[in-house]
Design a protein around this ligand. Structure first.
Ligand code: NAD
Ligand code: ZN
Length: 650
């Protein structure tokens, strides 16, 4: 193929992938694949001296497509020139003082503060125009809503979700197709929400990495001073090390040892000159600033042989392909399995048993297949679910093929039902993790919801179980005792009735004044007369109760519970999962108890002292040096005035 034709092909392919990646939070190919094609294009451009007008090598990002308001950036947000070659990085640094930090793999956001308050938050978007996400930023887990600096402040940083939160949150998303592929994806989806209640639940963190403007503050021409100053204003900043060409190796050793244990997503390092004036004097290319350089880990690749595809059923009915290969050493650990994600990727790799494959660890952490040299083709997609033996089916959503189990009673799915039942918004059983449930089910201790409240019959068995003991049993049993006091809406939500989230369950319970007989015999007409419940939800509710086994299951469960009156809170719970501490005198609320009631109505909790578990401290005197304020600043917990708090509830 001639170069020009190949270049055109590459540009089209890369642009299509980039549009999906930036504008729609979808990934048509892995970053590995994307970067490989990008490098090929760059080489061809160099060789031919020709760059196509729409080439991704000269354009940044893509416009977003949803309905958030847009805004033009004061100064364009460029991409970063990158290398995988440590020596190239060393010669960029030379003997200049340089800040070397994690290249965060989340969503870049520009924040503006005025008069000490967060005024605006805008995403990077296509670098020229971003989306306004101010309300979403207000509910980030660690963003100061008020800062001591009164002048205009503009800073950039990365919003991200930790790996551990990513796993938890993704599991709670019922619709398999709506799940996110990685923390970057989830973060982008969580921040770019029209409803910031969802953002709040996703525990988005923000780390500042660059200061653009701070009215009236002198940083003595040093980026390091800027970073330190940002911390003093209450921002968490990205971790960095000060290096020059000589101390680079030591810093690299530090970063490469740490990346494998980081809970935050990062896809490399960023080097930026400390000397602000010098850096600015270098200017920019069409796509990159010249004062910074990104380093990407050169993926250590190993050749091996594919032994087997393991089909792993999940609670959602999705059956995931996992590649099992001859063990190889990668970045210091032995690796023998890698997720292949879905059937489309298997087909793209033409993956067959016995193939010679090349594996690597993406960002030094997640094992992946990079290449398949022999490409013998996909065979043997199972017709039967490995968990229950029933028929499987290939489902196609937006061009991505996945394998699913068609059996609604599949034990792998039952597992999911139990997970919902014990979850925080339902029975809220402390200490009943998914892993624990899985063990109990494997031992045949739990078949039905009521069994959970009779686990004391199996005390001996449980205490003897791997990873259990007297202590953890007692703790779990206490958690179960506590869960008996509950509300009807929680129990109904816990049944996992399609379309019945906690809010809908509450609406229904309230409409029938908590009368269970009326509720379970309600007609679609009665239900759709409730404000907020339509015909579809109504029908899905009545259909569920029509199944005899559902009623029986409910009847076995009820005697174990003490059903209490519903809380008075209306509508969705905005403060779900948040913990508040209240201090100082109040002006909007008559007393602390009134404020506490308001918080609890919205699903929040109030405790007495500021700890790392506190989400917000409420104190009208936000600037004082009271011990609670000090503690909150130390732990980087935002301090809200009553007014800030009211705004949050709006
Ligand atoms: N899988 C796909 O289909 C697909 C498509 C498009 C892009 N991509 C991936 O995206 C990459 C290119 O992305 P890009 O050009 O948007 O960004 P980039 O990789 O050039 O990153 C630059 C940005 O990183 C941010 N950043 C994070 N931490 C930082 C720190 N500590 N200091 C300074 N800046 C920091 C800044 O916003 C900066 O502008 C590709 O290498 C590819 O892996 C993948
Ligand atoms: Zn099954």
């Amino acid at each position: 193929m001639d170069d020009a034709k190949r270049m055109k092909e590459l540009v089209d392919k890369l642009n299509e992938a980039a549009r999906a990646y930036y504008a729609e939070d979808r990934e048509l190919m892995s970053n590995y694949e994307y970067d490989k094609l990008y490098d090929e294009l760059e080489e061809l451009e160099q060789k031919t001296g020709m760059v196509l007008a729409n080439s991704p090598t000269v354009n940044v990002g893509f416009e977003a497509v949803d309905e958030l308001p847009k805004e033009v950036h004061e100064s364009p947000m460029l991409s970063l020139d990158k290398t995988k070659d440590l020596e190239a990085l060393r010669s960029f640094i030379g003997d200049r003082k340089t800040l070397l930090s994690w290249k965060m793999d989340g969503l870049t956001i520009v924040l503006t503060y005025r008069d000490g308050r967060l005024d605006k938050a805008v995403t990077r978007g296509n670098g020229i125009v971003g989306e306004v996400v101010t309300n979403n930023a207000r509910v980030f887990a660690n963003l100061p809503l008020q800062i001591p600096c009164r002048g205009e402040l503009i800073l950039r940083g990365e919003a991200f979700i930790t790996y551990s939160d990513f796993e938890k949150i993704n599991e709670e998303i019922e619709d398999v197709d709506a799940r996110y592929k990685n923390p970057r994806n989830l973060c982008s989806g969580s921040v770019r929400q029209l409803n910031n209640e969802i953002t709040a639940r996703r525990r988005v963190h923000f780390w500042a990495f660059a200061l653009v403007k701070a009215e009236g503050v002198d940083f003595h021409n040093s980026r390091q001073e800027q970073m330190d100053w940002l911390s003093s204003q209450g921002f968490e900043t990205v971790e960095y090390r000060v290096v020059d060409g000589k101390s680079l190796d030591e810093a690299m050793e530090y970063f490469s040892a740490k990346i494998a244990v980081n809970d935050f997503p990062s896809d490399g390092l960023v080097a930026i000159y400390d000397d602000i004036a010098y850096g600015d004097s270098l200017g920019t290319t069409a796509k990159f600033p010249r004062n910074a350089y990104a380093f990407k880990w050169a993926d250590e690749k190993k050749k091996t042989r594919l032994l087997e595809i393991e089909w792993s059923p999940s609670r959602t009915g999705l059956i995931n392909p996992i590649a099992i290969f001859e063990p190889v050493e990668l970045e210091g650990t032995t690796v023998s399995r890698a997720s292949v994600h879905n059937i489309s990727i298997m087909k793209e790799l033409e993956l067959g048993i016995g193939d010679e494959i090349e594996v690597y660890k993406a960002n030094m952490i997640i094992p992946q297949i990079a290449e398949n040299e022999t490409r013998s083709g996909v065979k043997g997609i199972p017709d039967n679910c490995p968990a229950c033996g029933e028929n499987t089916q290939i489902s196609d959503t937006n061009g991505v093929e996945t394998l699913i189990c068609t059996n609604p009673g599949c034990p792998a799915k039952a597992m999911k039902a139990f997970t919902l039942f014990v979850s925080r918004d339902a029975m809220n059983i402390d200490g009943m993790s998914e892993a624990t449930l899985e063990k109990f089910m494997a031992h045949g201790l739990v078949h039905d919801y009521a069994d959970i409240f009779e686990l004391d019959r199996h005390r001996e068995t449980i205490v003897a179980m791997d990873g259990f003991g007297e202590k953890s049993y007692e703790k779990l049993w206490q958690g179960i005792q506590k869960a008996r006091d509950t509300t009807l809406s929680r129990v109904i939500y816990g049944m996992g009735i399609p379309n019945i989230g906690l809010a809908n369950a509450k609406l229904i319970c309230r409409a029938f004044d908590g009368d269970l007989d009326q509720i379970r015999n309600a007609t679609v007409e009665e239900l759709s007369a409730i404000d907020g419940i339509g015909g579809v939800i109504g029908a899905s509710f009545t259909d569920w109760w029509k199944k005899e086994r559902h009623g029986e299951m409910f009847d076995r469960l009820l005697p174990h519970l003490n059903i209490q009156e519903e809380s008075k809170g209306e509508g969705p719970q905005k403060l779900q999962g948040m913990t508040f501490v209240i201090t100082g005198s109040l002006s909007h609320f008559p007393n602390r108890n009134a404020l506490k009631d308001r918080i609890e109505e919205q699903g929040g909790k109030v405790t007495g002292s500021v700890t790392s578990k506190t989400t917000y401290l409420i104190n009208n005197d936000t600037a004082s040096n009271s011990s609670k304020n000090k503690k909150a600043r130390e732990l980087e917990i935002p301090i809200l005035s009553e007014e800030d708090f009211m705004k949050m509830l709006e």
